[in-house]
Design a protein around this ligand. Structure first.
Ligand SMILES: *Cc1c(COP(=O)(O)O)cnc(C)c1O
Length: 393
């Protein structure tokens, strides 16, 4: 007979979901109330304010879409791209390809700017694309490429879009809550994120924010938004600032308790302290991996502290290592994607999971398995190298 499902207690150090704290899980298990209950409406208002804090924005149109990061991505594209629009799409990993797919499904034309996987988006190439397509309406790019562990220069890219009178759509699924995100200062027009990466909440919600300029573009649309569910004009009737809420869909009530709690935790720690913690644990992990004789896949200037791509040494059995980590240590790390499959591991240090204990645990577990596989590594040095970083902090 089928029985209840009890998952094991894993340590999640992959590309997301990341570990969820017991505080957030506790919030998730609180009693479900009606989604139009005045107390729930109050929670929605607070969640909006907390998201404005996380995004560093005053944008009125800021809310969590009731579905995962991919839905936030789609919400930005279907609301802002009209049939016939030209959109410059930057691709330097998996997620730029999904942006292209979104543009085309909205009846737009995607002008692709491609960079090597493992490199950031090239400002020069984007500038050239605007020169060749001065009528481009939108620039879309990924701030933190989770498939490679690369950060692109969001401030400069948004400035470039503004200079060419184009709106910017920015994927911040992996960046929000991990590295600096400054929506108003950078002049971002539309940004989407996810709850299960550096916000360390359960998967299933996608925080989004739209500038006034973007909101105006949505109001002035000539074509109805192709998606009824993601049409921001309709969603705003439910999430809007006024006290009157029109039913659009039933909010995922308990997921919103969890998001509220995880955003509170971010606010309590403070953005600067959270980011400093991500950088410190990243430096310690890298020091340990390098002391083991392993190499990072991304150049130091573009590395994300929350997603560490490591080159798999010649002759090491990628799948066997990950399986051993999972089965013997309950530790999940990520495999390489696309062209990097079998070539890199992706070690996440996201949100709540970015801590000293996980750095030390991951280094010793990897060393144990690699040594058993007789991989060409240096043993007995990694933990000391990581310790020096922590002690020097
Ligand atoms: C995870 C991720 C997404 C997709 O989010 P889901 O919640 O899995 O739908 C989009 N973009 C980036 C950069 C991501 O890392």
């Amino acid at each position: 007979m089928t029985s209840s499902f009890f998952p094991p207690q894993r340590t999640l150090m992959g590309p997301g979901p990341s570990d969820v704290s017991s505080r957030v899980l506790g919030a998730l298990a609180r009693p479900t109330i009606g989604h139009l209950d005045p107390l729930f409406v109050q929670l929605m208002d607070e969640t909006k304010s907390l998201l404005q804090f996380a995004f560093q924005t005053n944008n009125a149109l800021t809310l969590p879409v009731s579905a995962p990061g991919s839905a936030g991505m789609e919400a930005c594209f279907v609301n802002l791209v009209s049939p016939g629009d030209k959109v410059i799409v930057c691709q330097n990993g998996v997620f730029g390809g999904r942006m292209k797919e979104n543009v085309e499904r909205c009846g737009g034309t995607a002008i692709m700017v491609e960079d090597k996987w493992g490199d950031p988006v090239s400002l020069t190439k984007v500038e050239a694309a605007f020169d060749n397509h001065p009528d481009a309406a939108i620039l879309a790019f990924v701030h933190a490429e989770t498939s490679t562990g690369v950060a692109s220069n969001a401030a400069s890219l948004c400035a470039l879009a503004a200079r060419h009178d184009a709106l910017s759509i920015v994927d911040a699924v992996t960046s929000l809550g991990g590295i600096e995100v400054l929506v108003d200062q950078w002049g971002v027009d539309a940004m989407y994120s996810g709850t299960q990466k550096c916000l360390s909440c359960v998967p299933g919600l996608s925080p989004v924010t739209f500038s006034d300029r973007a909101a105006q573009r949505i109001k002035n649309r000539q074509h109805k938004v192709q998606s009824w569910f993601l049409d921001m004009q309709l969603v705003m009737g439910y999430w809007g600032g006024e006290s009157k809420r029109a039913y659009h869909h039933t909010a995922p009530v308990n997921n919103l308790y969890a998001l509220h709690e995880s955003l509170l935790m971010l606010q309590e720690e403070g953005l600067a302290a959270t980011q400093a913690r991500h950088w410190l644990n990243h430096r310690a992990l890298v020091a340990g991996l390098e002391a083991m004789g392993l190499s990072m896949a991304v150049a130091p200037n573009y590395r994300l502290p929350q997603l560490n791509s490591v080159i798999i040494p010649e002759g090491v059995d990628d799948a066997a290592l990950r399986a051993a980590l999972l089965n013997e240590f309950d530790l999940e790390i990520g495999a390489g994607l696309g062209g990097l499959a079998g070539k890199t591991w992706r070690i996440g240090l996201m949100g709540f999971a970015s801590n000293e204990r996980n750095v030390v645990f991951c280094l010793s577990a990897m060393e144990t398995i690699l040594q058993r596989q007789q991989a060409p590594i240096i043993t007995g040095e990694a933990l000391q190298a990581a310790r020096l970083v922590f002690d020097g902090a």
